[in-house]
Design a protein around this ligand. Sequence first.
Ligand code: ZN
Length: 222
Amino acid sequence: MYNESSVRKDLVFYGRKIEAKNLVVGPGGNTSARAGDIVYIKASGVAFEDATANDYIGIDLTTGKVVGSFKKPSCEILMHLGCYAIRDDIAAVVHTHSPWAMALASSGQTVPPLFPDYIGLLGTEVPLIDYVVPAGKGLADKVVEAARKHNAMLLANHGVVALGTNVREAYFRALTVEVAAQVFVTSKIMGGARVLTPEEVREVDQLEAEDYRRELLKGWSH
Ligand SMILES: [Zn+2]
């Protein structure tokens, strides 16, 4: 369970990783995490590589108002708040503009299950959400609808949204979407991607080793 201090530490720590892995450029993308009734989200216009603990500002989940800061929250705040409102089991949202995922989503395709880590972290599928202008209620509504059943999704011509029980889990999910997009596009170029069959997906999904790894991730925070 997060408190204000551990939320801020995780957001700063994984924000640096998101930048280091080239999942965003400059002030693109945003992350948030929930401690009780307060959601901490990256301030508008701040780049992950520069963001310090105070650049993650508190929003009251009930009123939607900023708590204890004069800064403005990320303009994509609505989709974050919407996900927390319908998912009691998540405490973090990571939104990236990662290039392979954007390329795939911009061609109207999503990432199919190609390797076991995909299934372990993302489940059996990653939905593709049609393009909607960023930052508004229209996009938030579509993301929230997909978030009812999925922990990661692609946004056409835009990026990736991943949810998690903590920032580490949401970050790994966003990174797995990017890796899956890279593997999918590359294997297509090399002669065709063999997607795992539904039976193969089910086999991996039911592995005890996958359950164990999922449980380990859930308990993690700074
Ligand atoms: Zn965005």
